[in-house]
Design a protein around this ligand. Sequence first.
Ligand code: ADP
Length: 638
Amino acid sequence: MFTKILIANRGEIACRVIETARKMGVGTVAVYSDADRDAKHVAMADEAVRLGPPPVGESYLLGEKIVEAALVTGAEAVHPGYGFLSENPDFVEKVEAAGLVFIGPSASAIKAMGLKDAAKVLMEEAGVPVVPGYHGNNQDEGFLAAQAEEIGYPVLIKAVAGGGGKGMRRVERAADFTEALHAARREGSASFGNAQVLIEKYVLSPRHIEIQVFGDDHGNAVHLFERDCSLQRRHQKVIEEAPAPGMTTEMREAMGAAAVRAAKAIGYSGAGTVEFIVDASDGLRPDGFWFMEMNTRLQVEHPVTEAITGVDLVEWQLLVASGAAVPRPQSQLDLSGHAFEARIYAEDVPAGFLPATGQLAVLDFPEGVRIDNGVRAGDEISPWYDPMIAKLTVHGPTRAVALGRLHKALQATEIIGCTTNVGFLAALASHEGFAAGAVDTGLIERDLEALTTELDPPDALKAVAAIGARDWNNGFTLWAPLRQQVVLDGVAYWVSVLGGDRYQVDDLEVAVLATNGADWQVEIGGKIARARVRRQAGSLYVAMGGASYTATIDDPLNRVMGAEANANELHAPMPGLVSTVLASAGDTVEAGAPLIVMEAMKMEHTLRAPFDGQVAEVLTSSGAQVESGALLLRMEAP
Ligand code: ADP
């Protein structure tokens, strides 16, 4: 076993790897950018080496600098985590050329699976079923359109180098093909430096079921069963589970065997995932799954597999990388119970899932669940990196019990200081179709409205919030006026003191019977309820009866009145990167014309002309990192 390893990553996955390394008595070296000097992964590691300024191109993607850091600190191996350099064969070669071990597959295995088109050819040869479509070299627009016609709409255009749901466009009809092709190419070249695409049949009622595989340098390969990652939004996984609901022994064996064939075909060593698309329109059938791609690294959602198998996948990674065989043969691998993982993000769900930033004043999770995270209370969710706050994983003897635990745990999660998707995840965890196991990748999109309107907190909760915010506004309750206005998230409430412990908030009468720190006992409408009320700086968190509400308290004394929205101006709706500027000053544009493309959290967001007119001024440029609200462009009416 190694005595010291370097983790070429940040955030939760760096912390995850450090935890197991420590358990195994292996020393750890972290790397960091200037934005991460005080980050959790740096604090956890035995040593840490600075890479550079915050942009990933000047820090976490600097392969040479990372190798140098490993050499300087005496680390013998490099764990890449996921993302960043984890699937970069050049990096693997650099690591190995320096005499270090790459904790992962060989450069050639990564290359074989690196491009979706080449991987599909290889898999066809290995006898693994692949989605029907065109994955050849002819990239002529007319030719591709004809291929799409032949495959039959709807089709999916995928950037061959794409990943993380990026560079992918579903096309319903021929008329939309060209625009979608351009968008996929643009994303492909902007994010992966490769504009080549493939076209696939869009599988109806698609389910995403993937198989965890593990190989070693002695020719062994096993699988650790499946994960169902069908709950997605814009092709990004939201909640994952293992095993897959409705899975039969027959299909599990067929999928497991295909995945092991895929791994063996490329001499795979270490942890990998073979992703399949499954047609669920007719139940799960052993002939109804097709290879999509192989991820040649540890996946974000690996904890659900660990929960049902009892295997520490990072431990296996370290063992296999140091030369050991896969620790257990297939016959000694078993699964037990059911697990779910929910990805908690800093994002504004009602605003269209826009990434959010902020300082996490409070970050509290309930007991009895697994939390993987890379931030602590007090840490900042910065615009530089993925805004994931934590992964919450639960396990139970049955799917129903595990799902109940997930729901309860999400309800008991307290985060203040940053807008999060926790309420949305809780709504999903109690979604009827999801509970019934009727999952497919379109579930969230179909029920988005119901899932997001449920997020609107009930009046009783807002009333308790208004009372909770009241003290804060004044500092001393003693001197608070009998009738006072409180503004939460821009909405005004009148709170009147009726005497003793009783308050009137708009039309609701609330009695605060007892308070013990954040634990309140309140009476509303003849019922007694327990509430959690926590305040931190200008934010408030209230939870009661299974619902929670996080609000910003507007201090009336120093409230900066938001400038009247100016229809001539385009502002950044989220913090992120300006990927493309499509207009210049003086351009005449039609209403709806795309002017600026931004990206954040692997998502493209297009800002369009609000009316027919002229571009007066462009105040940003491609590659600029901007804060939410930044003025990007001014228009002039004709
Ligand atoms: P990425 O590498 O960007 O993650 P994938 O090829 O893994 O892209 O696909 C991501 C998601 O897109 C899948 O989980 C699935 O939901 C959807 N998807 C991919 N291919 C198809 C297809 N042929 N038909 C329907 N949905 C698909």
